[in-house]
Design a protein around this ligand. Structure first.
Ligand code: FEO
Length: 400
């Protein structure tokens, strides 16, 4: 049965949710699923904005048939060619052989990379550039190129008439749609918006900034992303978060501790440090065991917190494997402007601090608290002063 919703005059949500998926992009856990958003305008000309993942094919075509009700599809606007949105493009063309494919030149090239067509579609393309206009009868659309938000071909489509931005991956989130499609119908889970942003486009702060600067003078009544809720109430709040995230500025002045501990000694130090920090008055401290929590969650909080403590045992003459994975993620996502403290453990050869600093040396504006804690196998009672001193130095830095 069709599952559609009218979201503005003549505009329908025809997307689908997926709760069976375990790993988005085969890497990020999505315990609450994910939505693949697609939108269909029933103007003088009919326009479909992106498709959905192949797993949602049946529901998607029922939705399209429900809105079109026998009409032809005139335009398919492709904003992003990643397969979670493009998988059904060929099926759309087969079903509507005369559909005009509205996209930029990079999208056209990638379309031929992803699909083999045993029929000629060259005459189907309507290639657009930044600022071009598409008139569909009662609506006028323009196009904003958004390279690397999240792939190089990405563009966004702006409905000049209704002030609606079809924002591709930007302003999206993990999480399936639970009936409530708009952000004024349910609470927006900012932690999942942050985890989505940091892991998907966190690396591309410069490009996100370019996009924000290009579009900040536009009026937005609604933002329709390719994942997550349709935004009306939270546009300004989320925009401000994007400015912080794109500039790698923390949201919260507090401490996040990520520890890698094999037999509990390094965890012990992390817990005692957090206790000391709390007694000094630091609020909202967060601790993560890097072997327990997926790095996508920890990375997300690293983008949130101003001060990061990395506590790790030495392992194979390097650093513990799950801490190494986290550090790789942090470096790959281009973190900047953070203060870092280190706790290291080693029973015979201690290299954790050296490895952490070597890996983070690729990042800009990383400052260290100069009171590393060295644990030889297990914390000794005479080291409590060292942990108190580190906590005090972090506290003082927080309150500078
Ligand atoms: Fe949701 Fe970059 O695809």
């Amino acid at each position: 049965m069709q599952n559609i919703r009218n979201i503005a005059k003549n505009l329908y949500y025809v997307g689908c949710s997926d709760r069976r998926i375990e790993l988005f992009e085969n890497v990020y856990p999505v315990p609450n699923g994910v939505s693949y958003n697609s939108y269909l305008l029933d103007d003088d000309k009919t326009v479909l904005f992106d498709t959905v993942d192949k797993n949602a094919k049946t529901q998607f075509f029922e939705n399209i048939d429900g809105v079109l009700n026998g009409k032809n599809l005139d335009y398919l606007v492709i904003n992003h060619l990643e397969p979670d949105h493009s998988a059904l493009i060929k099926d759309i063309i087969v079903k509507f052989p005369n559909v005009q494919i509205v996209c930029n030149q990079k999208i056209k090239v990638m379309l031929y990379q992803f699909f083999e067509f045993d029929f000629d579609i060259e005459n189907n393309f309507k290639i657009v550039k930044e600022g071009d206009i598409l008139n569909t009868g009662h609506h006028e659309f323009t196009f904003v190129m958004a390279p690397m938000v999240h792939w190089p071909e990405v563009m966004m489509t702006y409905d000049i008439t209704e002030k609606i931005l079809f924002s591709a991956d930007a302003f999206g989130s993990f999480g399936a749609i639970n009936g409530n499609l708009f952000d004024d119908e349910t609470e927006l889970d900012i932690d999942e918006y942050r985890r989505y942003y940091t892991n998907i486009v966190g690396k591309y702060g410069i490009q996100v900034n370019n996009l924000l600067n290009k579009t900040k003078t536009l009026e937005f009544k609604m933002i329709c992303p390719l994942h997550g809720l349709i935004l009306k109430e939270n546009i300004e709040m989320l925009w401000d978060k994007y400015v912080l995230w794109a500039n790698y500025q923390p949201e919260l002045s507090s401490v996040m501790v990520a520890y890698a501990s094999v037999y509990g000694s390094t965890q012990n130090a992390a817990e005692v440090l957090a206790n000391n920090l709390a007694q000094l008055g630091v609020k909202n401290i967060k601790l993560y065991d890097v072997s327990k929590t997926h790095s996508s969650y920890i990375l997300s909080d690293i983008f949130k917190y101003s001060h990061i403590v990395l506590a790790s045992t030495t392992y194979n003459n390097g650093i513990f494997v799950n801490m190494e994975k986290l550090l790789l993620d942090v470096v790959n996502h281009n973190l900047q402007h953070r203060t870092v403290a280190i706790i290291e453990n080693g029973s015979w050869m201690c290299r954790a601090s050296e490895v952490i600093q070597e890996k983070l040396s690729k990042l800009k504006e990383i400052h260290y608290i100069d009171s590393n804690i060295l644990i030889k196998s297990a914390l000794k009672s005479n080291q409590s002063g060292e942990l108190k001193l580190l906590a005090t130095k972090i506290f003082e830095d927080l309150n500078r």
